[in-house]
Write a protein that binds this ligand. Structure first.
Ligand SMILES: [Zn+2]
Length: 205
């Protein structure tokens, strides 16, 4: 189960997490999880370039090690990078020590002060430990591109009907999400540009 828009009630309960970027400007923060993935991340980068948009890629350490050139391309094109763990453990089902080891193993290959917990699931003690090294980045809006039951058009609507200034939007540069993501990314960027939004990377502290 997931909610497309994080209810505002949840947010104050987790002040240690970043759910949106405070701004009065027309700025949005697109993020990608689970890459880099050949055939997906590169196409997303082409689309971002076409609309002069910058984004943040929360990478899996194992994918960075497998696809170093693609990882380097993300950096070369001016996007931000975040740590999304080594291989996507579920924090609720993983001991604190193995969760931390998993994140720090990824951190050896991903130079970033940003961390996004896989599935958004992390215990308070895991979060407390990781906060010493990382800013914990959650999201405002899920496109739900990873859900095979959701159409590309619905992913687009999920994004467009839930954004505000400073929203953090989640897409996935994974094979599973590819079809939904590429459609919703391009169409939402088209809209954002027409409306005068700037697409910015989340900067590392
Ligand atoms: Zn993920």
């Amino acid at each position: 189960m997931y909610l497309v828009r994080t209810p505002s009630l949840v947010k104050p309960l987790a002040r240690d997490f970043v759910w949106s970027i405070p701004t009065s400007e027309q700025e949005l923060y697109i993020t990608f999880d689970d890459g880099p993935t050949p055939g997906v991340t590169d196409t997303a980068l082409d689309i971002l370039k076409k609309y002069e948009a910058k984004a943040t890629f929360f990478c899996l350490g194992k994918n960075v090690v497998e696809h170093p050139a693609l990882y380097q391309r993300i950096l070369n094109e001016g996007h931000s990078i975040g740590n999304h763990s080594w291989d996507h453990p579920d924090g609720w089902k993983t001991s604190d020590i193995s969760y931390l080891k998993n994140a720090l193993r990824a951190g050896q290959h991903i130079q970033s002060g940003l961390f996004r917990p896989p599935y958004g699931r992390i215990t308070l003690s895991q979060a407390k430990a990781l906060r010493k090294k990382y800013q914990l980045i959650m999201w405002t809006v899920l496109s739900a591109d990873f859900d095979p039951a959701v159409s590309p058009e619905k992913c687009l609507t999920n994004v467009l009907s839930n954004i505000d200034n400073g929203s953090i939007i989640v897409f996935h540069d994974s094979l599973k999400a590819k079809k939904n993501m590429l459609y919703a990314l391009e169409e939402s960027l088209k809209f954002f540009c027409e409306e005068g939004y700037t697409l910015r990377p989340i900067t590392s502290p």
